[in-house]
Every structure is written in C-alpha cells, then in structure tokens.
Design a protein around this ligand. Structure first.
Ligand code: ADE
Length: 225
C-alpha cells in the first residue's frame, strides 16, 4: 500500500479531496493511505509559532525549520520515505510522466508552504524534489498537494477499473484524447459522429486516433514530436 503523508498548517483544506470519489475508493481498497499532519502540533515554543520574520528584512513571514524537522523526523521513525516533496511555484512543473514515476513509489511526504516561503535549509536538507503545478501562485501548497496526490493515486494499479483506465487518458501517450459522446444520439440537431454508432471497432479506433492527432496539433502543437 502506498503511504502519503502531507504536512500542512491548514489540514482541514485537505479533508475534502481525499474523502471522495477515486481517492476514497483507492483508500477503501487498501491501495493508498493518506495522512495529513498539522504542522502546528510540532511547533516547539509555547506560542505554537510556525513562522517568523525573515533575516535581512523584507515583508512576509517565513516558515521555520524546527517544526518541519520535528514532524518529518517523527514520521521517519516509523518508516523510511522514497521522497520528500515540497510544493512550490519555483519547482519543476508537474506533468504526466512525473505522476507516472511517483505512482511507482511506496511512500512519500509532501510539504505545503505558506506565507513568503519556507526556510531554505528545509529545502536543502530534507526535500528530495520540488514540484509546481503551474505558473501561477496559490496561497498555500495544499491545493497543489491535492492535485499531485490525485494525479498519482489514480495511476496506482488497481485504483481505476477497466472502463476508467488511465491508458486512454490525455497525455498518457503524449497526446490529447479524442472527443467522447453518450446518449442521446441527437440533441437539438447536434449529432454524434456516425462512425461511433457504426459498431465497426477498427474504424472507430482509427477515427479516435485521427481525432487525437488533430486535437493535439490544434491545441497543443508543443506535444507533437
Ligand atoms: N504553492 C503556491 N503556488 C504553487 C504552485 N503553483 N505549485 C505548487 N505549489 C504552490
């Protein structure tokens, strides 16, 4: 079973995403366990501080190293981790191949930052990988951690059924997926392409492949090699 530990100052933000749909199913099937830890429980002083002014001056608080160190080390007493990931807009941009790679790991910790950032020494000393979910800034790493966990967990063998197989996902083969349709065959004059109603599987596969190429050329020419 994959173990994901997430360290956050707003653990409540992470309750929703993991108690629904595919993530919940993966948990119920015993394929993943996700634990969210409140960084404040590891604050070392009586004020329960997890952040402080930055050295050298400047606006914005910086998250302190001690609470992160205490939390990470207490987790490491129970098991060793394959990765300690820090969610940050200056990390490597997440893509399907990173998610594929992480879906083969046994265990990892995800650190969520807030405020101006986290003390650089946490990154230098503990973090093995820094991931961004895109070129925009969120108010904290929690939503990014949820995005990462979702994209990784659904790839664990056994999480998706055949019908929802990740093999036909956009990006899985480096291309966008073909359009999909369901009943009715006609809605306000808009028809489902005849080929999809033909029952001719080889022709349907060919059509999907062509559509997939067209879509990728149109929308994401950068993916075409
Ligand atoms: N934290 C704040 N913004 C983020 C982003 N774009 N990706 C990952 N973590 C973040």
């Amino acid at each position: 079973m994959m173990q994901i530990d997430i360290i956050s100052v707003v653990p409540d933000l992470l309750q929703g995403p993991f108690s629904h749909s595919i993530l919940k199913r993966a948990h119920d099937k015993g394929l993943v366990n996700i634990d969210v830890h409140n960084l404040r429980d590891y604050a070392y002083n009586k004020h329960k501080s997890v952040d402080d002014y930055q050295y050298g001056g400047g606006s914005g608080m910086v998250m302190m190293i001690e609470p992160f160190a205490a939390c990470i080390e207490s987790l490491q007493e129970k098991r060793s981790y394959d990765e300690i990931i820090f969610m940050t807009p200056d990390g490597v941009t997440l893509n399907q191949s990173i998610s594929n790679e992480l879906s083969l790991r046994q265990s990892f910790i995800i650190l969520c930052g807030h405020y101006k950032g986290i003390d650089q020494r946490i990154r230098d000393h503990f973090v093995t990988r820094e991931i961004s979910i895109g070129d925009y800034v969120l108010s904290g790493g929690e939503l990014a951690a949820a995005v990462l966990a979702d994209s990784v967990v659904r790839l664990i063998p056994g999480v998706l059924s055949d019908e929802t197989s990740a093999l036909s996902d956009s990006f899985q083969d480096g291309m966008l997926s073909a359009p999909v349709y369901t009943r009715p065959a006609e809605f306000r004059g808009m028809k489902v392409p005849d080929i999809l109603l033909s029952g001719n599987t080889p022709e349907i596969e060919k059509w999907r492949f062509e559509q997939s190429i067209l879509r990728t050329q149109e929308r994401r020419p950068d993916l075409m090699k």
